[in-house]
Every structure is written in structure tokens, then in C-alpha cells.
Design a protein around this ligand. Structure first.
Ligand SMILES: C[S@@+](CC[C@H](N)C(=O)[O-])C[C@H]1O[C@@H](n2cnc3c(N)ncnc32)[C@H](O)[C@@H]1O
Length: 341
């Protein structure tokens, strides 16, 4: 996805985008058929606009269907072109810091067209910072947020995840309902190392966002899991996300699941699907139970199941009203919607 705007929009995009992994600012596009052509194109740019010899830099690259085939070599050529320009002009050059560069660059070459961008996010935006503890197969935070957005949940009806694992879906749901930007407590963004970093503007935007965060939820957001350790992680992660006092998690087999009384809402879960944890055979019963629980105890609710296993999904035994194709990393998945009567 691409968009254009000013510096404030770049900061806001990093602060607010829940499903993005990184926000790139393209600064060069050129057709290149060899590493030397890439070098020349990069060197032709005036790099003093973006950094000084005192800055550190790193180049991340990927190459697809192009005459340049080695992404690492392409990154090296890019870095050389920048450093050689500085050496020629001022006799000093920026140094490389692959861990936390002040200026991160992203090089993408596809069908011989190179696009070089400033990496404004730094570390991937899905790393919100609230989930240091990893249970088995946790959902990526950006994917979790995307699933909630796709479900159409607006934060004004109950939200429940009966297989909550480390609590990602419940935490992301809470942040959305509270209008809390996902980047509010992030340690660092890439643009903070840039020459033009406007700390006043950034602080203003962040404080404005902070003032808009609601203090409490209007509806329950709940999670449960059969594993006690998972529930412990969920509580811990929710506290780290600043919403520990607003969410509730409990140890419960989905077979004993009861939705909260009152207005029906949204159930969203991703059961184990045999790809990474558990085996398919053992999971057949679990999916049948899930279907039965949906049918018998959740009338009026809308249930969403995110799964990468179509065979298991069929065991739920209810015809989904919708199936949205998605990927979880490389695993093709579906977000299935059940309108329960
Ligand atoms: C793929 S993980 C969910 C990951 C979670 N969305 C997260 O982000 O961490 C599936 C979860 O289902 C739980 N589970 C398996 N069988 C269950 C059952 N019978 N009742 C409740 N939870 C169960 C597992 O303990 C595991 O935490």
C-alpha cells in the first residue's frame, strides 16, 4: 500500500498503523541490470540530504526476478556507493550498525527496478513491546489486529477468545476499543535517528494520541485457555500492554466455555491446527467440540476461527458465512465467519 503526505503523517502512520510491518519512504527508483548500475544510481543521489559521516547506517535488501540475483551483494554495493560519496566529498564516512542504525535503508529490486527507501519504522511495527514471553505458536500482533479489523468488531460488544494462548487477540482488541495507538509505548522508531527528526512535532503527536486514550472499556474483553501457563502469560502480557486491569483471563477447556451473559458479541480464536503444535488427529475432537459449543451456547454471537487446516475446519460442522483467505507467515489460512442463530 502506498500513500503520500508530510512529516506529521509519516509519524502518525508509524504510531497508529495496527496492521503494517514497516513504513518506507522511497527516495530512489531506478532500472538496474548489474551491481555496477546499482552503485552508480545510488551514488548519483545527494546523500548529504539524509545523513552525515557521524550517522550510522544499514541496508536491508531483497531481490526478486531480476538480473541482480544476490541481495547481500546489492546491499553491499548500495552501502559502498553512499560511503564512497562521503569519502570523496568530506574524507569521512558513516559507519555501519546493523542492529540499530540511525538511518536504515531498504532496497527492493523487482524485475530490474530498484527502489531504495528510508526505513522509518526501525524494528518491525508488529513488535509492540508487550509480549516478551512467547507461548507456542503466538499470533503476530499485526496479524491479530488485522483479524479483529476483518471481523468488523467495533469495540461496543463483548469480545472473547476461548483459546487465548498468550492473549494477543484480547490485548489488541483492548487497544482498539480504547483507541490506544499500537506505537504509544514503543521504545524507538527509525525516523528518530534521522537528520530531520522533529522531536517537538513527534512529542505533540504522541501526547495528543495519549490524551485520546480511553481509561475503561464499555464491554467485557475475555480470554481463556486450557493451559494454566498460557493464562499466566496472557495476564503478564496484558499488564505489560497497560490493560491488565481491564481484561480477564481464565483457565478453561473450550468444552466448558460459556459466553458472558447479555448482549451477544464476537468470538475470535485460532485453534491449534496441526501445523506447528499438536497433531491433526488429536485436534479433530477439539474442532467438533468447538462447533458444538458455538451451536449450543452462543446463539446471536458471531464467531470467527482463524485456521490453516481446512480438514479440521470442516469438523466444526457449521457452514461458514464467509471465508477470507490470508497467510500466517507462509501458511495459507482462512478466517472463517459463523453467524450463530
Ligand atoms: C494457536 S494457539 C493460540 C495462540 C494465541 N492466539 C496467541 O496469540 O498466543 C492455540 C491455543 O489453544 C489452546 N487450546 C488447545 N486446546 C484447547 C482446549 N481444549 N480448550 C481451550 N484452549 C485450548 C492451546 O493451549 C493454545 O494456547
Amino acid at each position: 500500500m502506498s500513500f503520500s503526505g508530510d512529516q506529521a503523517l509519516l509519524y502518525r502512520a508509524n504510531l497508529w498503523l495496527r496492521t503494517a510491518v514497516r513504513v518506507l519512504q522511497p527516495i530512489l527508483e531506478a532500472t538496474v541490470t548489474s551491481p555496477e548500475e546499482l552503485y552508480d544510481a545510488v551514488r548519483a543521489l545527494d546523500w548529504s540530504r539524509y545523513m552525515t559521516p557521524e550517522h550510522t547506517l544499514a541496508v536491508d535488501s531483497n531481490v526478486r526476478d531480476s538480473r541482480i540475483t544476490h541481495s547481500k551483494y546489492a546491499a553491499l554495493k548500495t552501502k559502498d556507493a553512499i560511503c564512497d560519496q562521503f569519502i570523496e566529498r568530506v574524507g569521512r564516512r558513516p559507519s555501519v550498525d546493523v542492529e540499530e542504525p540511525m538511518v536504515g535503508l531498504n532496497l527492493h529490486i523487482h524485475k530490474d527496478v530498484a527502489v531504495l527507501s528510508l526505513e522509518s519504522s526501525g524494528e518491525s511495527l508488529h513488535k509492540r513491546g508487550y509480549r516478551p514471553i512467547l507461548t507456542k505458536a503466538p499470533l503476530n500482533e499485526a496479524l491479530a489486529a488485522g483479524l479483529i479489523l476483518l471481523s468488523g468488531w467495533k469495540g461496543d460488544t463483548p469480545f472473547v477468545d476461548p483459546m487465548c494462548g498468550s492473549g494477543t487477540l484480547a490485548i489488541e482488541a483492548a487497544w482498539m476499543a480504547l483507541r490506544r495507538p499500537p506505537g504509544l509505548t514503543r521504545r524507538r522508531f527509525g525516523f528518530q535517528g534521522w537528520m530531520d527528526f522533529n522531536i517537538g512535532l513527534w512529542t505533540e503527536l504522541r501526547d495528543e494520541a495519549r490524551r485520546g486514550v480511553k481509561k475503561s472499556l464499555d464491554v467485557p474483553i475475555l480470554g481463556s485457555d486450557i493451559r494454566g501457563d498460557a493464562v499466566g502469560f496472557s495476564f503478564k502480557n496484558a499488564r505489560a500492554a497497560g490493560v491488565g486491569h481491564l481484561l480477564n483471563f481464565e483457565v478453561k477447556d473450550v468444552a466448558d466455555f460459556q459466553p458472558p451473559p447479555g448482549t451477544p458479541g464476537t468470538i475470535l480464536c485460532n485453534p491449534p491446527y496441526g501445523e506447528r503444535i499438536g497433531e491433526e488427529k488429536e485436534l479433530i475432537g477439539l474442532h467438533r467440540t468447538l462447533g458444538q459449543v458455538f451451536r449450543d451456547r452462543c446463539p446471536g454471537w458471531q464467531a470467527f476461527v482463524f485456521t490453516g487446516n481446512a480438514t479440521l475446519a470442516r469438523q466444526i460442522g457449521i457452514k461458514p458465512a464467509e471465508a477470507v483467505p490470508l497467510f500466517n507467515g507462509r501458511i495459507p489460512c482462512r478466517l472463517l465467519r459463523y453467524d450463530l442463530r
